[in-house]
Ligand binder design. Structure first.
Ligand code: GLC
Length: 422
């Protein structure tokens, strides 16, 4: 045996994890709030436990931009990223580039997760992502200000707008010039698709494209929903909101400058965090209904972990994914960052409930959450979403009226779908 080979053999024998050679695994994580830091902690714990190394790369905060980056890297068969954090709407889009994890994950482990999320990660019989955390849009409110102005938590959008205006006017008069009524994600990107889908669905206007693939956006309820949203701009929401993603909305709310905010659960741990100016003054509720006839509607979000087919470190990458998606790690993440688990038993976990009381009542909201039409539109989902958020954005800026916008979105989607065949 050559010296080099002997040395390598000796090294392997010393390694933890059954003698597999140590690898450096690169994982791309999201970067909203403390997301990157919490991902890094988990990845490093895995590295320490297994003797591998890990590199965490941050990706654009906008889901739309992140998808473009992923698609570029995967189309080039790049081996630079081993593990991708992927959005709930992407398994179908990215499946051809992702490893099938089904052989690596045993059934009892998989069965701990919400079956609907496992199903969403299963493309043509292949498990292309491990469920990591789930998401739904929520209404955040300032409980102290509701009390001060003698207002209830709003249950309809009209009530929300009325209360938002009362609080905004009152606080501005009292000297808080920057006070806003309502902040949300109004930039032209995937986040606006989520917000606007909530408005439309809560008015009974459907989900852009139905489960059967039929385009449904051109309807009077959708028009009513967009009219309501258009009326907020400059009234209870700043013009600047037309350029907000999640983090910009949170910054305004968390500094104490907004009565209401639409955001995902991650904002809870931060708004109630030790150095938050609004700590102890925040409540969350389901997003308002379109009207008495409407319904509460939060868009279903969430993220999965996937292994690239072009990864040079597949075994280690799969091991990292299994570790991060495990019950222990999901528990740490819900406590540290209010990331909603995909493992069902954690919704009854006393430590998790103590850290995040909203866990107790959120299951119905999750079960009723509205899905974006990623399944019926398949490979074209991103184009569908882009047509939708651009159309909605033009309504919010006042460039287009709601009637004209939904007609145009419908026409553009008709063309895209080639007569309903997505
Ligand atoms: C959240 C959701 C994700 C969605 C994104 C839009 O991260 O979990 O599903 O696409 O927000 O901004």
């Amino acid at each position: 045996m050559k010296l080099k080979t002997m040395l390598a053999a000796a090294l392997v024998a010393l390694l933890p994890g059954g003698g597999a050679l140590a690898a450096t695994v690169t994982i791309s994580c999201g970067a909203l709030g403390q997301e990157l830091q919490i991902c890094q902690q988990g990845a490093e714990a895995w590295a320490k436990k297994t003797g591998n190394q890990v590199k965490v790369v941050s990706t654009p905060s906008s889901a739309t931009e992140r998808l473009a980056l992923y698609q570029q890297m995967l189309a080039a068969r790049s081996g630079d990223i081993d593990v991708y954090q992927i959005d709930v709407i992407w398994p179908g889009l990215l499946a051809e580039h992702l490893e099938d994890l089904s052989a690596a994950v045993d059934k009892p482990t998989l069965d701990k997760h919400f079956p609907s999320i496992v199903k969403n990660n299963t493309v043509n019989g292949k498990l292309v992502g491990m469920p990591w955390f789930t998401d739904a849009g929520l209404l955040y409110y300032r409980s102290d200000l509701l009390e001060k102005y003698g207002r209830k938590v709003p249950t309809t959008w009209a009530e929300m707008a009325e209360t938002a205006k009362i609080i905004q006017d009152g606080e501005r008069k009292a000297g808080q010039a920057r006070m806003q009524g309502f902040v949300f994600q109004g930039k032209a990107y995937e986040g606006l698709t989520c917000n606007a889908l909530e408005w439309v669905d809560s008015f009974g206007g459907g989900s852009i494209v139905g489960p059967d693939g039929k385009i449904t956006i051109n309807n009077p309820q959708a028009v009513a929903a967009l009219k309501a949203a258009q009326s907020w701009i400059g009234q209870i929401s700043p013009q600047g909101a037309l350029n907000y993603e999640e983090e910009q909305a949170r910054a305004v709310f968390q500094s104490g400058d907004a009565a209401f905010m639409r955001n995902w659960p991650y904002a809870w741990a931060l708004a109630q965090g030790p150095d938050s100016p609004v700590k102890g003054k925040v409540g969350v509720a389901p997003l308002p209904k379109g009207g008495e006839q409407g319904k509460n509607s939060g868009t279903l979000g969430g993220w999965q972990l996937a292994v690239s087919r072009y990864s040079p470190n597949k075994q280690a990458a799969i091991d990292l994914v299994k570790y991060l998606a495990s019950e222990e790690e999901q528990k740490r993440r819900v406590i540290a960052g209010s990331f909603l688990p995909t493992i069902q038993s954690l919704y009854q976990d006393p430590d998790a409930l103590k850290a995040l009381p909203l866990l107790k009542d959120i299951q119905p909201t999750l079960a009723a959450a509205v899905a974006r039409p990623a399944t019926p539109t398949g490979q074209r989902y991103n184009q569908v979403s882009t047509e939708f958020f651009n159309g909605v954005h033009s309504v919010l800026t006042g460039k287009q009226q709601p009637e004209a916008a939904v007609q145009q979105i419908q026409r553009n989607l008709d063309r895209l779908s080639r007569g309903g065949r997505w």
